[in-house]
Design a protein around this ligand. Structure first.
Ligand code: HEC
Length: 146
């Protein structure tokens, strides 16, 4: 009969442990473990189509009161703030002709819905009246700018 020494016992125990660990890592010992299922990725977010935005609230929280009072304010607000706030409009100071070009730009480049001619005229009058070209320079009569 073989004499089992302490050394033998240690070597056998360690070997058995390593074999068991290796088998476990390889999945041999727990076959019924449910496989890891990665969470479903959300589908790529498609950019919103222009038409999909119809009827949705505008991308700002401006109201009619954010435009200065005057004839044509409502028409301007409801025509011109479907896509952007009033800040973009107020930041401009243009002649009626240039507002007219801006209007065309919104229609052609940005696909603004068509506007009735009478309404267009009212809006252009309002824009030209409320947001005319500004004087050059902050001081207007700044002597250093002459
Ligand atoms: C269908 C959407 C839409 C409508 C309606 C619309 N705009 Fe715009 N507007 C845009 C887009 C898009 C831009 C570009 C935004 C930017 O440059 O960040 C823009 C930009 C502008 C700018 C800035 C241009 C510049 O050079 O900085 C002004 C001014 C402007 N719009 C005025 C108007 C006016 C006035 C109306 C109403 C007559 C109007 N917009 C209606 C989409 C629209």
């Amino acid at each position: 009969m073989t004499r089992v020494t302490i050394t033998h016992a240690v070597v056998i125990t360690l070997t058995a442990t390593f074999l068991l660990l290796a088998a476990d890592r390889a999945g041999e010992l727990r076959k019924n473990r449910s496989a890891y299922v990665p969470p479903a990725r959300p589908a790529a977010v498609a950019p919103p189509a222009v038409d999909a935005d119809k009827g949705k609230p505008p991308p700002h929280s401006d109201s009619v009161d954010d435009l200065p009072e005057g004839k044509g304010r409502e028409a301007t607000f409801y025509t011109c703030t479907a896509c952007h706030g009033v800040a973009l409009i107020k930041a401009q100071g243009l002649t009626r002709d240039l507002w007219d070009s801006t209007f065309d730009l919104m229609l052609e480049r940005h696909k603004m819905a068509p506007v009735k001619p009478t309404e267009r005229a009212e809006i252009l009058d309002y824009l030209a009246e409320q947001f005319p070209p500004r004087r050059k320079g902050r001081g207007g009569d700044n002597p250093f700018l002459k």
